[in-house]
Design a protein around this ligand. Structure first.
Ligand SMILES: NC(=O)c1ccc[n+]([C@@H]2O[C@H](COP(=O)([O-])OP(=O)(O)OC[C@H]3O[C@@H](n4cnc5c(N)ncnc54)[C@H](O)[C@@H]3O)[C@@H](O)[C@H]2O)c1
Length: 466
């Protein structure tokens, strides 16, 4: 599927210990092996480790299986849970463990602290820890202090930052086609140990550690702000009778703005944006700043789910004891990841309100008692009073709407990702509510304010004439 072959030329071949075999660690492990490095990947989850040692891939990520098979054979890639084995003769470790949000949005860095301490304890000579996990500024310096306390006599510990920017569903492609490689290191003599992992022609931003750490937080916060802005514009479109698709396409065609992440929808989810936005706010707060823009993005995002619930309430009367079908529980198409997924959030919110929820997804299964998963979208829709499309999977653009309508009990369709072509379903006895598509209403109120602003009269006269 991918052409990996032209990337092996200019790396400084290194033996690397990759710690954590999730989306980031497993991608890094197979891709670094492809670049010519020797990689030992350490994973503490026994089930995940056993799967990998059998040569199977525990996540859906195109390209990983091919590289895993290739480099298990080439001898450049191995999996273990034994750090003593992994760190034998190894002085570079890439930390790719989880940094989930704590209850107040503060990042939970315990996995990172533990992994760093364990790696250093296993190291027999000077060790460079490279933090790929997303962490708040100051974490590399803190980890250096913490880990040094676990080092054997005479072993020196240096920590560098090298945040990861891959997107789930295209992680391998992103690894080999980075917009930038960011490396934060405060020891010039050790820079090349990090930068040499990657081909020299890849765009490199070399800086101090705090800046590198903040690049990742700031980038994800900006993406979250962009999505929330699109959703705010979409709400305005609904109220004004405009079409958010046209509006945001027109906005995004401006080269200074760009169209990526400007689609309205059910709000952002996944394991990164909500967590990193909350982390950005927590970090700002920790240094006495309030991050008003980031907070606003969070508020708008929470309103997206509330907006869907009120559309359902408005169209069904109440959702209590109603059957609702959800199409799509993955947080975005192309992945089976359901962490902080809007589809799962909606299912659980509906169940709390007494609705019966049945869902379909081509890949994902949240394993939630509130959401019954079925194998086919038409089975999910059977008997449903309302259907909600929550993930823009390509197959949901190809649905047979006549057939869906025949199996449904009701006629309400909430298209939270705007995949239904209104023109193509005009003949179906449906009420389709998209996001940011103006609803049929009396638009006269929209006309009065501009008229008032045009006329050379006192505003009070216009008001009196209405
Ligand atoms: N998923 C993404 O799209 C993405 C993109 C960029 C950055 N990130 C960041 O990268 C980090 C990892 O994300 P992820 O999605 O790969 O997480 P993940 O939860 O999928 O994977 C983390 C893995 O680390 C393992 N692990 C934890 N402690 C360990 C230890 N001491 N030794 C060995 N293995 C250990 C876990 O068992 C798990 O398999 C996070 O900080 C995340 O914010 C994620």
């Amino acid at each position: 599927m991918y052409d990996f072959e032209d990337t092996t030329s200019t790396v400084r071949v290194t033996t690397v210990c990759v710690v954590g075999a999730g989306y980031v660690g497993l991608t890094a492990a197979v891709c670094l092996a492809q670049l010519g490095h020797r990689v030992v990947c350490v994973e503490t989850n026994r089930e995940r480790l056993a799967t990998l040692q059998r040569g199977e891939v525990p996540i859906h990520e195109p390209g990983i299986e091919e590289l895993l098979t290739r480099h298990a054979r080439s001898g450049r890639l191995a999996f273990t849970d034994d750090l003593d084995v992994a760190m034998t003769g190894v002085s570079v470790a890439l930390l790719c463990v989880g940094t989930p949000p704590g209850p107040d949005g503060e990042p939970d860095l315990r996995q990172l602290g533990r992994a760093g301490a364990d790696v250093v304890a296993a190291a027999r000579s000077d060790v460079l820890l490279i933090v790929k996990s997303t962490v708040p500024p100051g974490s590399c310096e803190a980890l250096e202090l913490l880990a040094a306390g676990h080092a054997r006599d005479g072993v020196r510990v240096v920590v560098a930052s090298n945040p990861e920017f891959l997107r789930e569903g295209q992680a391998v492609w992103d690894f080999f086609n980075p917009d930038r490689v960011v490396v934060g290191i405060d020891e010039p003599a050790m820079q090349s140990l990090v930068t040499g992992l990657y081909p020299a022609q890849w765009p490199l931003l070399l800086c101090d550690r705090r800046s590198a750490e903040l690049v990742k937080y700031a980038a994800n916060t900006f993406l979250a702000v962009k999505i929330s802005f699109a959703n705010e514009v979409a709400q305005l479109c609904e109220a004004l009778g405009a079409d958010a698709h046209h509006v945001l396409t027109g906005v995004g065609l401006d080269a200074r703005i760009g169209g990526a992440f400007l689609s309205p929808g059910p709000g952002f989810g996944g394991s990164c944006l909500p967590k990193d936005l909350a982390g950005f706010i927590a970090v700002s707060q920790s240094v006495g700043q309030s991050a008003p823009l980031a907070r606003a993005a969070q508020t708008v995002n929470a309103q997206a789910l509330a907006g869907l619930l009120s559309k359902l309430d408005a169209s069904l009367g109440s959702v209590r004891a109603k059957r609702v079908a959800i199409l799509g529980v993955a947080f975005k198409p192309g992945t089976g990841d359901v962490r902080f997924s809007p589809g799962v959030g909606l299912g659980e919110a509906l169940a709390r309100r007494g609705a019966l929820v049945r869902a379909h997804d081509p890949l994902a299964d949240p394993g939630s008692p509130d959401v019954e998963m079925v194998a086919d979208p038409y089975e999910a829709a059977a008997g449903a009073d309302a259907l909600v499309i929550m993930t823009a999977w390509p197959e949901y653009r190809e649905l047979d709407h006549q057939r869906l309508r025949e199996v449904m009990a009701g006629h309400v369709v909430i298209d939270a990702v705007n995949v239904v072509s209104i023109g193509e379903v005009a003949h179906v006895d449906y009420d389709v509510y998209g996001v940011g598509r103006g609803l049929a209403m009396d638009f006269a109120p929209v006309l009065w304010p501009p008229l008032e602003w045009m006329l050379d009269v006192e505003p009070s006269d216009v008001a009196a004439s209405r």
